[in-house]
Design a protein around this ligand. Structure first.
Ligand SMILES: [Zn+2]
Length: 592
């Protein structure tokens, strides 16, 4: 009863302070509600941080701000099923590249995660931290999120706890199984992270030291996440020649740990494997038919993106970055690596072979300013410029960049990408951290997926190629991931849900960044003034977080006006970026 009175009081208080029926009223939009249902014309009202109307608002309805959306699509804010912004948001809180493509919630923590941290987990981060003047003052997830909440962020953020993170925390970069005691400690750390709101436990098994973990170790950790209703999400051990075995491992973990499985950035990697997406989808469907809850996500590009060092087999990475880089100076080691690159997959994914060699690997980002001139060039081009043998270019660049070099790998076929996109259990993840067109996160080039993934699907695959309907695409961006993650009040536009909203023009939305040029242009927000994204971020507390210019209790608005391609700058937003990082009380939080 007291609760009800308090609620009533809050409701009346918010109404009386506002003196309006709604804080925001979006009129005459084509509402695509996220369920997959056909669009309808409707008005959307927002009060506080929630949607309070989806339907017809009388002509005399009042609001602090009315937005005429005539003709534009009004949809739930997009959920990025795998992004990588946990550090980026500490460097630049805006999350610009997310907001400009309609993303309001991002899920991160691929193998490595932002917590727990200790000396061992931070050992390979020193250059990075120094470069961006970052200090790490947290140990666990609670500590990280309170820092993020203090400083604010442009998107809601959720994270998995990484099995790699846990392994590094306890074992460092050693290539050995944990002792029984160490495994118990690792399980305890997963337990702690799950109680602090982790979405589940994750692996990224092509990288060291994740690669050193055997399946039993992963099952032991996944069992802990399962207790809290978590998910096992994985960059599987092989996306190339041994992809089917890698899928089997993920399925086994799902079965034996009794946990739902999410296959991250679903792909078929390596020219020699093109056309096998049908087999991959069939394997997932068979697993689902047998009762295993497995889903997947993807980014809509034929190039993958990761560190350049990932081209070199994981066994050479043992001991951490410094040891790894020094090892590459040894002529004997170099000779062996050279032979391995040229050979078939020897149990680990051979990205050199999969891309067809140095012309299929493109340097995208470096941390060291002295190496900037390599960005945007393929290893073949660099080899030509410097009259070097391509494998030497690879090894020397990893050494020179101290393993802080990012690369694109042209490793997939368009048909495989399209086939995966047509599956209703496949959602979307950019697999990229937030970047910006200005400030510290604009220093490097980046994979176009960072800016364009969602807009590319809406423009290229929905509007231009009719591969899927608008409603199907929006469902993949919203209610599908929300259901997967247990985000109860997000992902569908209906009264009562959080006011995470995206508005865009279906006629012009597009990704403008390209794989060839890596041009950094936000998609769907080019010069056309009708192409606008809005986003309403929610705040945990209904009071005290207001921004004068944005008005409304617990509500922040971001309006990315438009994008000036000639100047390569964003036209200023109406309001400041939200100052609250939003980590809502995820349903799984604090169960233990
Ligand atoms: Zn990955």
């Amino acid at each position: 009863m007291l609760k009800l009175i308090v609620r009533l009081f809050l409701l009346l208080a918010s109404l009386s302070t506002l003196g309006q029926e709604y804080d925001f009223l979006i009129r005459n939009g084509r509402v695509v509600d996220g369920t997959g249902n056909p669009w309808v014309y409707a008005d959307v009202g927002i009060t506080g941080d929630r949607i309070t109307l989806v339907g017809h608002a009388p002509a005399n309805a009042t609001a602090r701000r009315v937005i005429e959306a005539g003709g534009l699509v009004v949809a739930p804010g997009f959920i990025d099923m795998l992004e990588q912004s946990e550090w980026n948001l500490l460097i630049d809180k805006q999350a610009f590249s997310k907001l400009t493509q309609g993303i309001t919630t991002g899920i991160t923590g691929e193998g490595g995660s932002i917590a727990p941290q200790n000396e061992q987990t931070l050992a390979d981060r020193r250059d990075f931290l120094q470069h961006y003047h970052l200090t790490v003052d947290w140990h666990d997830l609670d500590g990280y999120f309170s820092r993020l909440e203090r400083q604010g962020a442009g998107i809601n953020l959720g994270t998995y706890v990484g099995a790699t993170q846990i392994r590094k925390y306890v074992l460092g970069s050693a290539d050995r199984p944990p002792t029984a005691e160490e495994l118990a400690r690792m399980q305890q750390l997963v337990d702690e992270a799950m109680r602090q709101g982790a979405m589940g436990v994750s692996t990224s098994l092509i990288y060291a030291p994740a690669f050193y973990a055997k399946t039993d170790e992963l099952i032991a950790l996944a069992k802990v996440a399962s207790k809290y209703g978590g998910i096992y999400a994985s960059h599987i051990r092989n996306e190339g020649d041994r992809e089917m075995q890698a899928l089997d491992e993920a399925f086994r973990i799902g079965r034996e740990a009794n946990i739902p499985v999410e296959i991250w950035h679903l792909k078929v990697s390596g020219r020699q494997n093109w056309g096998k997406m049908g087999d991959v989808i069939a394997a997932i469907e068979t697993a689902r038919a047998s009762g295993l809850d497995v889903t997947a996500d993807q980014y809509p590009y034929i190039a993958s993106g990761t560190s350049l060092g990932a081209t070199i087999p994981p066994k050479y990475h043992e001991g951490g970055s410094e040891v790894f880089v020094n090892r590459l100076r040894d002529p004997q080691v170099r000779a062996v690596i050279r032979r391995e690159l040229a050979g078939r997959d020897g149990g680990t994914e051979n990205m050199w072979r999969g891309t067809g060699g140095p012309q299929g690997i493109l340097v995208s980002s470096v941390l060291d300013p002295a190496l900037k001139h390599y960005e945007g060039k393929t290893l073949a081009q660099i080899a030509g410029d410097e009259h070097k043998d391509p494998p030497d270019v690879l090894l020397d660049l990893v050494i020179a960049g101290k393993d802080h070099v990012g690369a694109l790998y042209f490793t997939m076929s368009e048909d495989d990408v399209r086939y995966a996109m047509q599956q209703q259990f496949v959602s979307v993840g950019t697999d990229a951290g937030a970047v910006n067109v200005q400030g510290p996160l604009s220093e490097s080039k980046t994979h176009p997926r960072a800016y364009g993934s969602f807009a590319r699907i809406l423009g290229r695959y929905v509007r231009d190629q009719h591969l899927l309907t608008l409603e199907q695409a929006i469902r993949k961006f919203s209610s599908l991931p929300a259901q997967r993650l247990g985000l109860r009040d997000r992902g569908i536009l209906r009264p009562g849900t959080f006011a995470d909203i995206t508005i865009f023009d279906p006629a012009t939305v597009n990704d403008t960044a390209t794989l060839k040029t890596l041009t950094v242009l936000p998609s769907g927000s080019n010069t056309s003034s009708s192409t606008v994204f809005f986003r309403w971020s929610t705040a945990r507390s209904p009071a005290g977080l207001g921004d004068d210019r944005c008005e409304g209790p617990g509500i922040k608005q971001v309006e990315i006006g438009s994008f000036d391609e000639a100047q390569n700058v964003a036209i200023p937003a109406t309001c400041d970026f939200p100052t609250t990082a939003k980590r809502e009380v995820w349903p799984r939080r604090r169960r233990g």
